[in-house]
Design a protein around this ligand. Structure first.
Ligand code: FAD
Length: 649
């Protein structure tokens, strides 16, 4: 039975007609009334920038906020490999249905059918919009846009701009945003960090933000608030995310009543440069696109492994018959292009068995020798040149001569704020888009689908659905930031900052964050079990106490103070980490990136429990030191046959 607090608002009717039906029902705000309405958008990545530009163009008054000095420096800029769309340019039998099917299957049957179908449906329009903006997608000789494949699919539907797709897409969205800024419909607040959400009479009415340059705490009111603040993968300290990526805004919303869905669904990406020391604070992704042509292997005998570790031989000296291309061996149908969760676990399995190829034993090879032979230097250079360069700069080893070394790392969070079909959270007037919501990716996101989802939300879904809510609001006056709710929220923020400064301990924020990262990776990482997850909850609790006794944040609030920024975010990462562990503990099944060791097949593959866990788990905050309450949104599959994921044949 549906939980009365989780009304998903999925439209009635056949799957392919649901979005058209919803659009037809949505009330439209007239242009003269749009001018009276204010919307706050927090975040300027692909989700936020596309939403703010679209809302501004529609005629709303938009305020947009970001941490960086310019909206175009959001984390989205790091996206390398590409963006999916069901255009079928390759004539390889792609379709909206196939993209929908791949995404549901890739997510291990833990996402909503209606949302995923809509995502696939609008995917083609995203490419048209971006091309019209001048995004320089790669093209074939005849002028058609080029495509490549990403994991978990058997067609080529990924559009790309070399290894800089996110950057080029963000430049497109940023140009559209700048047009609105110049026209006065969008006002931009760079270097402003949201520190609390303001609720008045149960509705989202504004935010409290800190001016990161002066430290001033400021109040901003609106008729609705949109969170596009990205993912929370940095709870693990080391991840592929940008250093500023954080989960604080969604935790502020959670504490004010927005439910947090599937927090334990985190993605571990198989192709990252391995950890190389204690002083590291960031991991580097090598794009999944490399798996189109790169072959993943380890030696099949221990003698070669030991020689490699002692640098007595080079990988290229190991002949074919002494190599184990384990993905091709285990998953012949998809080979090196199995989904990320499958590829990551397979790498861990080989390394746990002792075949890791570097000194730490935590690395496998990604080899381009065959591709260079088959395609020639120039074509490989065209496809992956900048990625090869980046790898060589970081490791001093040339992928032209020897294979890359890679290992899985935390990359993306499928969990996030629970949203209904309109992308509205459980707080009226509060919307969440992009990686910040629990999104369409279920237990595992397929490569090149995050950019698609962020831009679908921002350009084509939110601008319509938010109108339905705002159509009731144009008669309301502007939100009064002198209201007591703003004063209370502002005081709570100032108290929190004061409390952090008052600790005056000896530990840096990073040193404590690193300890949290170790707990998360060890117990809430690629493999999880009951004992470990309970230990994680306990150890995070202890670490939180340690933080409040030992942290030292130098300087003051009234200045540019990045240690303070990090400390405020770390306080929220403790709560996120704990919620992730709690969610992972309750979900006694393996699905997608969530691998419970107790639930695996004899071959070590994930074992779902559809009878007991085919739902979205959404957590409701109940107060400090009180266990949150779990709500369940059952998932129904009426247009797709539920099956065990199979990438073997
Ligand atoms: C290295 C790398 C490569 C990737 N490659 C691909 C790819 O090829 N294809 C693909 O589909 N996906 C890829 N992804 C995933 C994808 O890039 C992200 O999921 C996506 O860009 C997230 O976009 P977003 O708009 O939701 O958030 P983000 O781009 O993370 O933007 C968040 C914004 O919120 C702001 N913000 C955060 N908190 C606050 C606050 N409290 N107050 C004010 N502002 C705040 C930030 O300043 C920023 O502007 C990649 C990810 C990584 C790490």
């Amino acid at each position: 039975m549906a939980d009365p607090k989780l009304i998903s608002k999925i439209p009635e009717g056949p799957l392919a007609e649901k979005w058209s039906r919803r659009k037809a029902e949505i009330r439209v705000v007239s242009p003269n009334n749009k001018r009276k309405l204010e919307v706050i958008v927090v975040g300027t990545g692909l989700g936020g920038a596309s939403a703010a530009a679209s809302l501004g163009e529609l005629g709303y008054n938009v305020k947009i906020f970001c941490i960086s000095d310019s909206p175009r420096r959001a984390h989205s800029i790091a996206a390398q490999g590409g963006i999916n769309a069901a255009k079928n340019y390759q004539n390889d039998n792609d379709s909206v249905y196939r993209l929908f099917y791949d995404t549901i299957k890739g997510g291990d049957y833990r996402s909503r059918e209606a949302n995923v179908y809509r995502l696939a449906e609008v995917s083609a329009a995203i490419i048209d919009q971006c091309v019209a903006q001048g995004v320089p997608f790669a093209r074939e000789y005849g002028g058609y846009l080029a495509n490549r494949s990403f994991g978990g699919v058997q067609v080529s539907r990924t559009f790309y701009a070399r290894g800089q797709t996110g950057q080029q897409l963000l430049l497109g969205a940023y140009a559209a945003l700048n047009k609105e800024i110049a026209a006065g419909s969008v006002k931009s607040y760079p270097r402003h960090e949201m520190l609390d959400l303001v609720i008045i009479n149960g509705e989202a009415k504004g935010i409290i933000a800190r001016n990161l340059v002066t430290g001033e705490i400021e109040r901003f009111g609106a008729h609705a608030v949109v969170l596009a603040t990205g993912g929370y993968g940095n709870a693990y300290f080391l991840s592929t995310n940008a250093m500023n990526s954080n989960g604080s805004a969604i935790m502020q919303a959670y504490r004010k009543g927005a439910f947090f869905a599937n927090p334990c669904f985190a993605q571990i990406h198989p192709t990252c440069i391995p950890v190389h020391g204690d002083q590291q604070c960031k991991l580097t992704l090598m794009s999944e696109s490399l798996r189109n042509d790169g072959r993943i292997w380890v030696p099949n005998n221990m003698e070669d492994v030991l020689k490699l570790r002692k640098h007595e031989i080079k990988p290229s000296q190991i002949p074919e018959e002494r190599r184990d291309y384990y993905l091709e061996r285990r998953y012949p149908a998809f080979g090196n292009l199995v989904p990320r969760d499958v590829a990551s676990r397979a790498a861990k399995e080989r390394c746990d068995a002792g075949y890791g190829v570097n000194e730490t034993g935590l690395a496998v090879f990604l080899d381009f020798a065959d591709a260079i032979k088959r395609l020639g230097h120039q074509r490989v250079e065209e496809r992956y040149g900048n990625l090869f360069q980046m790898y060589e700069k970081i490791t001093s080893s040339s992928p032209w001569e020897e294979p890359m070394m890679i290992y899985p790392a935390i990359h993306y969070t499928m969990g996030g704020l629970w949203v209904d079909y309109d992308l509205q959270t459980t707080i009226p007037g509060l919307y969440a888009i992009g990686e910040a919501n629990f999104s369409d990716h279920g237990g595992n996101r397929l490569g090149a689908s995050a950019l698609m989802q962020g831009l679908a939300d921002g350009y084509f879904i939110l601008p319509y659905t938010i109108g339905d809510y705002l159509s009731h609001k144009f008669a309301e006056p502007k939100t009064d930031t002198n209201a007591p709710e703003f004063a209370q929220a502002e005081k709570a923020v100032l108290d929190r900052i004061q409390k952090i400064f008052s600790v005056k301990g000896t530990e840096t924020v990073d040193s404590i964050h690193k300890k949290l990262g170790h707990i998360m990776w060890e117990y809430v990482g690629m493999a999880r079990n009951e004992t470990g997850l309970k230990k994680a909850i306990e150890e995070i609790g202890e670490l939180r106490k340690e933080f409040w006794k030992t942290v030292r944040v130098p300087g003051t609030n009234e200045e540019f103070n990045q240690e303070l920024e990090k400390a405020l975010r770390l306080v929220d990462f403790f709560d996120i980490g704990e919620l992730m562990a709690r969610d992972a503990l309750h979900r006694v099944e393996s699905c997608g990136g969530h691998f419970r060791e107790e639930m695996q097949t004899e071959e070590g593959e994930t074992k779902r429990d559809d009878e007991h866990f085919m739902y979205v788990g959404a957590w409701e905050y109940k107060g400090e030191d009180i266990e949150p309450e779990l709500h369940k949104e059952p998932l129904k599959y009426e247009n797709i046959r539920i099956a065990t994921r199979n990438y073997k044949d």
